[in-house]
Ligand binder design. Structure first.
Ligand code: FES
Ligand code: FES
Length: 169
């Protein structure tokens, strides 16, 4: 791993939601702050800032990660997905988003972006999840106002829809 000078800014290049992106950051800057303040990607929320609440979850090279525990410089060369890239188009929600809306699986929505990103990554490799597996995934996320039952119902419905779509591709 290269040693970076703490006092200077470094240009970091990566892919954000399928498009080339870059920011210029000091080594101490967090990925949450760089995404939100330098790129305007404010869909990634900041709750606890120490890895507990899951609000800041993004996908880095296919794996969910706490952006509040990731330095922005660690994004170099990575493929990063955030909530802004989840919907297939501005006019169409992703299956998970649509199911969350149908099941009223959010109220204030503060936790929702992180939950959606974790579930998206999980369903990509576990297309037919059990309730217990979904509970395990959600154990990494704190939701203080919805309750988890509608979130699990939405995730199950989205998983079924994604399996059905996969058959018809
Ligand atoms: Fe990152 Fe809470 S803000 S886990
Ligand atoms: Fe409000 Fe989860 S919807 S914290």
């Amino acid at each position: 791993m290269p040693r970076l000078n703490a006092g200077t800014r470094h240009i970091i290049r990566f892919t954000l939601n399928g498009r080339p992106a870059a920011f210029e950051v000091e080594p101490r800057m967090l990925l949450t702050d760089a995404l939100r303040h330098l790129l305007g990607a404010t869909g990634t929320h900041v709750g606890c800032e120490h890895g507990v609440c899951g609000c800041c979850t993004v996908i880095i090279d296919g794996v969910p990660a706490r952006a509040c525990l990731t330095l922005a410089v660690q994004a170099e060369g990575c493929e990063i997905r955030t909530i802004e890239g989840l919907a297939p188009s501005p006019a169409r929600l992703a299956a998970l988003q649509a199911a969350f809306r149908r099941h009223h699986a959010l109220q204030c929505g503060f936790c929702t972006a992180g939950i959606l990103m974790s579930l998206d990554a999980f369903l990509a490799i576990h297309p037919n999840p059990s309730v217990e597996e979904l509970r395990e995934v959600l154990s990494g996320h704190l939701c203080r106002c919805t309750g988890y039952a509608p979130i699990i119902a939405a995730a199950l419905e989205a998983a079924a829809k994604l399996r059905e779509d996969a058959v018809h591709v």
